[in-house]
Design a protein around this ligand. Structure first.
Ligand SMILES: [Zn+2]
Ligand SMILES: [Zn+2]
Length: 155
């Protein structure tokens, strides 16, 4: 417990511009400039917090196209690997990173798949896709939170 509270203390001290808030989950909220963090009981939780902090420090905002998400996820993990991890003595294992990115890849794949003919469509709006195969259109919701939550929370 002492160790986890000290990471948030260090982050608050080192990045006074950051707003950290205890929450039920780990995510970065660009609209309120707040990094929310959940239960911190493992090193993976600490890495998840660093990942969300990376989004904040890199100024990641809402992405326009789903494909951009993969880019900002990689950027945030690169920042943890190269900057924040070494600074706080935490090392993300590559498997954790690839697992995290794979969930986004799957998410992206599921959204871009045409519900009519199963071809991969192209995104034509923030939440709209179009299929060149059958000329179908479909909408996707944007209920998505950045984060590793599928992996970070252990019940
Ligand atoms: Zn189609
Ligand atoms: Zn992320």
């Amino acid at each position: 417990m002492a160790k986890t509270s000290s990471l948030t203390d260090k982050l608050t001290r080192d990045f006074p511009q950051l707003h950290l808030e205890r929450s039920d989950d780990f995510y970065w909220s660009p609209s309120t400039s707040t990094v929310h963090y959940g239960d911190m009981s493992s090193e993976r939780d600490e890495l998840t917090l660093l990942h969300e902090v990376a989004h904040a420090l890199l100024g990641h905002h809402h992405f326009k196209r789903d494909i951009d998400l993969l880019r900002i996820e990689r950027e945030a993990w690169d920042y943890v690997r190269n900057v924040l991890g070494p600074k706080y003595g935490l090392k993300p294992d590559e498997e954790t990173i690839e697992d995290a990115i794979d969930t986004y890849r799957e998410w992206l794949h599921a959204r871009s798949k045409c519900p009519h003919c199963s071809l991969t469509g192209i995104q034509t709006g923030d939440s709209k896709y179009h299929c060149l195969g059958c000329d179908g259109d479909w909408l996707v919701n944007d209920a998505r939170r950045c984060g590793l939550k599928r992996y970070a929370i252990s019940h």
